[in-house]
Write a protein that binds this ligand. Structure first.
Ligand SMILES: [Zn+2]
Length: 92
């Protein structure tokens, strides 16, 4: 679980285990308990957009569940890690 400050007094908690853990869709039939990191039907409880510290790109932290540094966009995290990203896709 990671806590992201989105405004002066508001924090959003993102569960890192699976995208489905952060989804507001309750009747998703594709969720089978495995680790999902990508889903076309994903609807977060809160819309969060962050600006990358490195390149300035605006990104959705829910889409970078595997990131080590949440102040960086997925691309900049990818560069810093230097390892291939593995995706787990939520099937409909
Ligand atoms: Zn970036």
């Amino acid at each position: 679980m990671v806590r992201i400050q989105v405004s002066e007094h508001r924090f959003v908690e993102i569960r890192r285990r699976s995208l489905c853990d952060n989804c507001s869709v309750r009747n998703c039939t594709s969720f089978d308990g495995s680790r999902v990191t990508e889903c076309a039907g994903f609807k977060p409880l809160f819309l969060v957009l962050l600006k990358c510290r490195e390149c300035g790109r605006v990104y959705d932290p829910y889409q970078s569940l595997r990131s080590l540094d949440y102040a960086l966009c997925p691309e900049c995290n990818h560069i810093n890690k230097g390892v291939a990203m593995i995706s787990f896709v939520c099937r409909e």
